[in-house]
Design a protein around this ligand. Sequence first.
Ligand SMILES: Nc1nc2c(ncn2[C@@H]2O[C@H](COP(=O)(O)OP(=O)(O)OP(=O)(O)O)[C@@H](O)[C@H]2O)c(=O)[nH]1
Ligand SMILES: [Mg+2]
Length: 566
Amino acid sequence: MAPRCTGGPPAFLPFLYPSLFLSKASRLGSSVTIRHHITETSTPDATSSSSRLNPSPDDYHITNFADKAKLKLFAGSGGRGCISFARDAYLPDGPPNGGDGGHGGSIYIQAAYGETSLHKLARRQFFRAPRGANGQGSSRSGRRGEDIIITVPVGTVVREISREDPEAEDELRRRAARTARRIAAAQSEQSENDPTARSAEDTHYDNPEIEKWVLYPGISSSQKRKIWVPDLPKREKILAQPPAPIQLDLSRPTRKPILLAAGALGGLGNPHFVSREIPRPLYATTGDKALSMEIELELKLLADVGLVGLPNAGKSTLTRALTNSRARVGAWAFTTLQPNIGTVVLDNHRGQPIVKSYHRQEPDETWEGDVDVRQRTNFTVADIPGLIEGAHLDRGLGIAFLRHVERAGVLAFVIDLSAGNAVEALKSLWNEVGLYAQMREEEAMDREREARIEYDLGVGADRSVAGWGLEWPIHAEYPSAPENQRGLHIAAKPWFVIGTKGDLPGAKENFKELREYLTKVSNGDEPHPSGIEGAWIKNCAAIPVSAIKGQGMERIVHWTVGLLDD
Ligand SMILES: Nc1nc2c(ncn2[C@@H]2O[C@H](COP(=O)(O)OP(=O)(O)OP(=O)(O)O)[C@@H](O)[C@H]2O)c(=O)[nH]1
Ligand SMILES: [Mg+2]
């Protein structure tokens, strides 16, 4: 028989079973000694040359991250009302005592600090609030379905994609059936002797309202046919369902959860239908059907400064030098594949700030206090994947990550001074950012146009659609910004340039040219590099640094704080 293992060199054995390959003396030593021995022999060079700002490619920290999620939400349906009668000693046929069904659970959303990613929500996808419990005898109402609160990071935008509201649809059907019944009644009066006319019993089963009733299980089918049920009672929803489409921009923590899908109403027990004529009703109502909707979440990280640069420019090294971040660094393009947020500490927490800075907390509709001016103790920096020319056409990693700098207070363009003309690099970066900003504005305009439905009430217009009495919707005209001012929501932000790799040859001349260009832009002698009219050109600065040596970091911090405080 052929041997199962061929006798080749045991390439992986020292790795898997190191103790077999150590000398007898070292095997007798402690486990600490063994580990030390292995590390030393495996990477002798990497440890000696790497540092925090020039780390080895595998020295980084990565967290799970997703900035988009599509969720399907199902509110809870209502529990059924109960048909029951009191029964006691000497009281065999007591009064009705069926309990009401419980209301279904609702789904809320809340933005909170501490959450940083949508990956958990994206993985879960479905959220189902429990249904209300059915009512019970002895007037015991069913339990309410528990509410669900979806917690998202601050900076999440919520958009409703679609909604299904079976109760609203049923209500329309019921209304149409009521109208049809009224017409049929009027017609039957005219043709009482017509043998082809349908009996009231037949129409009974066409009535969609019958679905809303629970009938006493003990009654026979012939009784069921004849049973008369009253008109459905008009009921108010406990929670008003927000109108479609829901659009929320949760750029601040929400104090109270915001309702997305309201739970359905529970059914009514049989005591609700007691009347002088019918003291023992053999019916109760079912609970309402639940609403479901599909929503889209988009996270736009809320950093104070967004770093924008070509791949390999040194953004991650700069983030490491400015903050405590352990962003991945490597001498190749697209080392960074997802955004990193680092925090620059301005206060050493010993009562003496390193840099004095104050920020204003603007009041909004949920905030009733005054404008809050606080001392800034830190600011955050977003390091995103590099942009290449044609990124707006989805080249490279595309522009998807630009949404994380869209809300930054300040944009910092990181340019490698050792890699070609810095002015050209800056122009190409601004060009991509400008095109992205225009695309976003067009998308927002399209959405607005879709949401702004108006009805044509012109004389002679055909106002009825399928007999529902609605008018044809017409999409309203939406006022758009002039062509050369599109994208201003990003171009109007304060910005500056960080010239990195200043330690490499040729950087000085390149930087000089860049500074001259920026002076011209600030003076208005050159147009803004994005070409957008009205863009920010107050004081376009360039700061030379060597991130790998940690030089020039204080100037960046001071300049950024100055722009943030402005
Ligand atoms: N000499 C020198 N090298 C630097 C400096 N800053 C970064 N580097 C090197 O440039 C290379 C790229 O640095 P990264 O920080 O990964 O660049 P990045 O812009 O984050 O790259 P992507 O994530 O791919 O977009 C690495 O080899 C760094 O060591 C610097 O100031 N001086
Ligand atoms: Mg990087």
